[in-house]
Structure formats: structure tokens, C-alpha cells
Design a protein around this ligand. Structure first.
Ligand code: EPZ
Length: 433
């Protein structure tokens, strides 16, 4: 089993290039199948969720050609199947986007209930609500959604909860519907905007993405043409390295970013006492750690532009070493604190009360064997391990590799003592240089 071995205590220093946004690319790759010709997609991160998407696209008849490590050509001309293989679909969350794409493309889709990070209740009711509102029937057959529609008719949809996935699926399934579809209480994340921009580049008519009201005027499928498109930078990968820089009291510049997407993270890092310098002209943000203990703070995760839920575990890791008591509330998911027990192994003093973690800062963390329970939980352990005294091991790193490209390589480039090994013995741990 592969694991990371980290010898903590070294401040991160230098520059790190940020890759394309995971949560944008997992929507845009399926969406490329709606084009009537090939699409070239650039700035694609090398992560396992992308590999999963490629497998699904190929399995249903699409062709995917690797132009280089971060550029793919998608050819939808061979698309023939409406059924996504059950095991592939259940291995990730974003397989749900094939529901919207195949419904638009073939008026029929058969995709299993999605998998993905396991933190609390993650229903699909808002997705189904959209599909039904547009005129599709949806039946759950042996764990898979079997959907079909004679016609897809534009309509008005009000989301009961702000949901990224359902907002994106609503755009994917209404882009060629007859007439106007209006989405209200829509998600405003940068990756929602990136998908809308991608579809509009293909020839769709979507306005309002990035606000809570999105209007989609349906266009004929034949008018969606193949395009050459570049994915936006990943705000969560960038935020993760920003928090790691502050936590290790280092000096790191994240490059190839959109500083505006990082504003809520920047503000919270400044809140606790880190220095953050935004450079819009050079598309970079520099984080300089404090040599004094960080101030405690309170924070609630909210849909964009609030503090991202996907940064909650990483920020908690930093707060475990702040002075005083911090409060961090999860405002998006019903529970996202399973990882806290793994941080406790490193000496963190955290009490979870419902949707709030009460974090009492400790002088220092100490190393221990740990395991990543999900993608961002793994990132939090990475940050804690970089700060802890001694050698920390992180198992189950496949979770981390779902959303972070070459994390150990990028961290080594910033001066971290980290190795990825696939030997289970203790000897390897002692060999960290
Ligand atoms: C997307 O998940 C992201 N995943 C998640 O990122 C991210 O945490 C989440 O959005 C919130 O930003 C992808 O984009 C692949 P939601 P998603 O629908 O779409 C409730 C990561 O770390 N809800 O925005 O599943 C839901 O339970 C991953 O990169 C319903 O009630 O999240 C939650 O409380 C983890 N009914 C809230 O809405 C529904 O039909 C937000 O969920 C759908 C969602």
C-alpha cells in the first residue's frame, strides 16, 4: 500500500505552480461530449478523478487522445452508449455529470448513484428535481438512475439547497432544452462559471453564471461545436499550499492562480496573522508565515464566495497550533469532521460539537502513523505532518491523489522532507532523508 512519509519541522519555501481545477475538469470533460466535433481541453490536472472520467468516456464510445500530460483531445463522434459502467460511476462523485450530458445527447441515461468522499449525507434529490422539471422520468434501478425524456422543455427551477453538482447538472441537461430555463438559488463557485464559459464557447446561451440566478436558453445540439478550452486554476489546491506555507511558517508563492478566487482563504490567513500578498498582474499569491503563534479565530464554511468547505480540514490543521480556542463550523455538509480523530493522533486538541469543531491550540504536534479518510482530510494530515515533530506516515494516499497532482513532488520542491513509498515496513520510515 502506498503511503507518504514526512519528517516535519521544515518551513516550506519557494514557488509552486497550481494546476487546473479538479471540480471544473470533472464537469467539462463530460460536457465536451455534447459538441458535434472534437474538443481540445488544456490545463488538465494529472489526478485519478480525471483518469476515471477518461475511462468512462472511452467506455461509452467517446475517444480521448492525450496530446500532452495536461492536454486532452475529446472526440464524441463514436459515442453510442447511454449506460455508464456501474463500478466506474460509483467510484467517484462527479460521475453524476454523465446523467445531464447523456440526457441531453440521447434523451436517455443510465448512471449509478455516485460515490466520492464519504462525509455525511450526500443525496441526489436536487439533481433529480431538475431532470424531472425539464421533463425527464427517473427511476432507480439496482442502484442506478435510469432516466429518459421524449423532449426536454425549459422551465424554472429553485434549488432547495445551494448545490454545485445539481447546478452544473441543470446546465448540462437544459443547454439544448426547448426554450428558457431559469435556475434560482444556484451555486456560484468558480467551477460553475468555468463550465458555463466552456458551454458558451461551444455555442450555448448561458447568462448569470457566478450569480444565484442562471438563465439557459436552449440551442439545437447541432449548434454546439468543438472548441479549444483552458481550465481555470484550482482554488483548493492553491489554498492548500497557502495554508501549508503559513502552518510551516514558510514563504511560498503559488503561481498560475486567480487571486480573486482565493479571497476568502487570503482573508482567514490574514485573520490569524499570516502575511498574504496578492499579485493580480502576475497571477500569484505569496504567503509568508508568522514567527509568532497564530491568533485563534472563528470560521464557518459556506457556498462561494464564503470560505470553501473543501478548505475546512486544511484550515483546522493550522488552527490546531494557533494560540487560544478557535471555532470552525461546517455550513455546507451535515458532517465533515471524520478526519479530526486522525489529527488527534498527532496531538491536536479538538472537540466536535455537532457541526462545529472547537480547536484548542497546542504548542506543537507530534508525529504518528495516520491514514487519509478522504481527499481533503488527507491534505489536512499532510499539513499537520509537515509541522509535527518527527516522522509522520499517511496511508490511504489514493484519496489525496484523486485531487492533488504530484503533491509529494511539489512539496519536495518547496523543501519538505517527504517520500512516497509502497513498502509497508517500518524501515522505509527511518529512511526519510
Ligand atoms: C461538489 O460536491 C464538489 N465535488 C465537492 O468537492 C464540494 O465539497 C461540494 O461541491 C461543495 O462545494 C465536485 O465538484 C466533484 P453539493 P457536490 O451538491 O456537488 C446538499 C472536493 O473535496 N445536496 O454542492 O456533491 C449536500 O448534501 C469535493 O473536491 C442535497 O441536499 O456538493 C450538501 O449538504 C468534496 N441534495 C450541499 O447540498 C442534492 O441533490 C452541497 O452539496 C445535492 C446536494
Amino acid at each position: 500500500m502506498e503511503k507518504f512519509i514526512i519528517r516535519g519541522g521544515k518551513p516550506l519555501r519557494g514557488e509552486v505552480a497550481i494546476g487546473g481545477a479538479k471540480n471544473a475538469v470533472v464537469a467539462i470533460l463530460p460536457a465536451a461530449l455534447l459538441a458535434n466535433d472534437k474538443c481540445v481541453i488544456r490545463n488538465i490536472p494529472c489526478i485519478s478523478d480525471v483518469a476515471m472520467d477518461i475511462d468512462i468516456i472511452r467506455d461509452i464510445g467517446g475517444a480521448v487522445r492525450l496530446i500532452d500530460r495536461h492536454t486532452l483531445e475529446i472526440d464524441p463522434s463514436g459515442l453510442r452508449d447511454v449506460e455508464v459502467p456501474y463500478e466506474l460511476a460509483r467510484s467517484m462523485r462527479a460521475s453524476y455529470y454523465f446523467l445531464g450530458v447523456l440526457l441531453t445527447k440521447f434523451r436517455h441515461a443510465l448512471v449509478s448513484h455516485p460515490g466520492g468522499c464519504n462525509f455525511g449525507d450526500r443525496p441526489m434529490d436536487q439533481h433529480i428535481k431538475c431532470f424531472n422539471a425539464l421533463g425527464a422520468t427517473c427511476e432507480l434501478v439496482k442502484g442506478a438512475y435510469d432516466m429518459s425524456a421524449e423532449r426536454l422543455l425549459g422551465t424554472q427551477i429553485y434549488f432547495d439547497k445551494v448545490t454545485v453538482g445539481a447546478t452544473i447538472n441543470a446546465m448540462l441537461s437544459s443547454v439544448c432544452a426547448e426554450g428558457l430555463t431559469i435556475l434560482e438559488n444556484a451555486a456560484r463557485e468558480p467551477h460553475v462559471v468555468d463550465l458555463a464559459n466552456f458551454l458558451n464557447t461551444m455555442g450555448a446561451h448561458i447568462i448569470g453564471a457566478g450569480t444565484d440566478v442562471i438563465k439557459i436558453r436552449g440551442v439545437p445540439q447541432s449548434s454546439l461545436c468543438g472548441v479549444d478550452y483552458t481550465i481555470i486554476p484550482d482554488q483548493i489546491e492553491a489554498g492548500t499550499y497557502m495554508v501549508a506555507a503559513a502552518a510551516t511558517r514558510g514563504d511560498v508563492t503559488v503561481t498560475g492562480v486567480i487571486p480573486k478566487h482565493l479571497e476568502s482563504i487570503t482573508m482567514k490567513l490574514r485573520d490569524v496573522g499570516a502575511k498574504v500578498i496578492e499579485d493580480n498582474e502576475h497571477e500569484s499569491v505569496r504567503v509568508i508565515g508568522s514567527d509568532k503563534p497564530y491568533r485563534s479565530t472563528s470560521c464557518i464554511t459556506l457556498p462561494h464566495p464564503g470560505f470553501p468547505t473543501d478548505m475546512q480540514p486544511q484550515f483546522t490543521a493550522l488552527l490546531t497550533m494557533a494560540s487560544g480556542v478557535s471555532m470552525l463550523s461546517e455550513g455546507v455538509f451535515d458532517t465533515r469532521f471524520r478526519y479530526v480523530d486522525e489529527l488527534r493522533r498527532l496531538g491536536a486538541n479538538i472537540k466536535v460539537d455537532g457541526k462545529t469543531a472547537i480547536i484548542t491550540g497546542v504548542e506543537r504536534l507530534t508525529s504518528a502513523p495516520t491514514r487519509a479518510l478522504d481527499l481533503r482530510a488527507g491534505a489536512a494530515l499532510m499539513i499537520a505532518g509537515l509541522c509535527a515533530e518527527g516522522v509522520t506516515e499517511i496511508e490511504e494516499i489514493h484519496h489525496i491523489e484523486r485531487g492533488y497532482e504530484d503533491m509529494e513532488v511539489k512539496l519536495r520542491g518547496l523543501g519538505a522532507d517527504i517520500k512516497k513509498i509502497n513498502r509497508p515496513d517500518k524501515v522505509a520510515a527511518a529512511n526519510v532523508v
